[in-house]
Design a protein around this ligand. Sequence first.
Ligand code: SF4
Length: 212
Amino acid sequence: MYFLRRFTVRHARFFEGLYNTMESTMIAFDPLSRRIGYNRLERPVAIVEKLTKGLLFDCQMCGQCVLSSTGMSCPMNCPKNLRNGPCGGVRPGGLCEVIPMMRCVWVEAWQGAERMKYGVERIKVVQPPVNRELEGSSSWLRVVREKAALQRSLRPSSDRSKHAIARAFRGARKIEPAAAPVAVEPSAALSEQAVKESTAVFTDPKKFGLEK
Ligand code: SF4
């Protein structure tokens, strides 16, 4: 909800603290989560995440949450879906050129960042593009898997494109590992549609004019 979005940005410092406490608690529970299985946890946690973040931040469940790097203003609410902003079209009063009644999501983000402990440092880091294969999945669990994997120096995924993005966006990964994840993903955390589309070029090359 729009007014709640503006409320969370005004209280960005409070939500920063709340999130950090929640994150370190979830990481501490990583051994138990692994015993239960991240695949099993994916759907119930994603539902809770969608309900709470949907209410507070109009979360779109992109799967690579960067709220703590964008002043608690979700960039997926930007009509251009910019992961780094603002665009050049911000109107007087900080209003959006595409939705003139709405405050620019990125103007809000920079103002929220100024209220946070590490906000300004974080918002200056260039964020990678969204990996649509992760849409609908839990960012909370992704952060835990990535940070727990770093702590345990687990075997990362063999997906070279993931490593290329992680290398290209080292700064973003250092602050927000889930923004450029490399740990192995449980199948329940992958969007079937996006996976189908991304592999179609191999399974049906004719469709892409790659084969006569
Ligand atoms: S003005 Fe802001 S919210 Fe609107 S499209 Fe540009 S960056 Fe996105």
